[in-house]
Design a protein around this ligand. Structure first.
Ligand SMILES: [Zn+2]
Length: 286
């Protein structure tokens, strides 16, 4: 075979052979698209496609996707996690939490693996760093135990806000990275996923941060935001709005302060409103 032809075949193969971001296997087949948030959420809440991509600094009106997942990971392993969370969605996320606490029953590992999966998808889709997820991949895939002993899942209520006499329910779902408090060296993995009133926070430490420092930061975090640890040994957690210091509009304002690109322009708002007439502007509190 002429060298040029072999060269072309090799080129074609390397273009088609992609590595799946979850199983890390080279794939002959074209990799599949996976939504950052599963499709069932968009179907259930069709108003929610309006979002912000922190990586590009642009507001979006589409369901964010990644295109680097093999068929088996997407349709079997990750789908199983989505199916579990769909049940949680039907049972809990559909309703907002106002004044009454909600006893939330969970399967710890299915829940945490899903939170990690969504966070990892978001990090890749929004082009923010994601190397910290590498050591969690076997756990997400259900092939290994949770990296021990420094991974914590916290829960919190995203409280409904009142502004000019109007109530603003946290009508959104999102995945974001968090900053350590006071500019100190925080957890290696520090992410939040929230679905309407329900906020989940993952803290993952590496071994070189000592136990006292980890505990100190966790205590600070709990004190400042009113979050608490979701117990791995239990199967229920109390989402308690009176304990939470997480207020929806205040949180959105804080995000805008940290990243002013989030502030939506009139043109953008007009464009989004023309695409969906139910959309309304979210006020930012200074
Ligand atoms: Zn795969």
């Amino acid at each position: 075979m002429p060298e040029r032809v072999i060269g072309n075949i090799c080129k074609e193969m390397s273009e088609n052979m992609r590595v799946c971001s979850f199983c890390k296997q080279e794939q002959q087949e074209v990799l599949t698209k996976e939504h950052v948030f599963p499709n069932f959420l968009y179907k259930k809440y069709p108003d929610y496609k309006f979002g912000f991509n922190g990586g590009t600094g642009k507001h979006t009106f589409s369901m964010d996707q990644v295109k680097d997942v093999c068929k088996n990971c997407n349709n079997v392993i990750l789908s199983n996690l989505d199916n579990y969370v769909k049940q949680l969605c039907d049972k809990y996320f559909g309703k907002f939490i106002f004044n009454e606490p909600v006893e939330f029953q969970y399967d710890y590992h299915l829940l945490l693996r899903w939170i990690l999966k969504v966070s990892y998808n978001a990090a890749r889709a929004y082009k923010t760093p994601y190397h910290e997820f590498e050591r969690y991949l076997p756990y997400i895939m259900g092939q290994q135990d949770k990296p021990q002993p420094f991974t914590l899942l916290l829960g919190n209520v995203m409280k409904t806000s009142e502004y000019n006499g109007e109530l603003f329910t946290p009508n959104i779902f999102a995945a974001s990275y968090l900053f350590p408090l006071n500019g100190e060296r925080g957890p290696d993995l520090f992410r939040m996923v929230y679905i309407r009133s329900y906020a989940f926070i993952v803290m993952g430490w590496t071994e070189d941060v000592n136990v006292f420092e980890r505990q100190r930061q966790l205590d600070n975090y709990i004190k400042q935001f009113g979050a608490s640890v979701i117990d791995e040994q239990k199967n229920f957690y109390l989402f308690n709005p009176s304990q939470s210091k997480f207020d929806y509009l205040a949180y959105r304002s804080l995000q805008t302060k940290i990243d002013p690109r989030r502030r939506i322009t009139k043109d953008e708002l007009n464009y989004f409103t023309s695409k969906h007439n139910k959309l309304r502007e979210i006020p930012y509190i200074e």
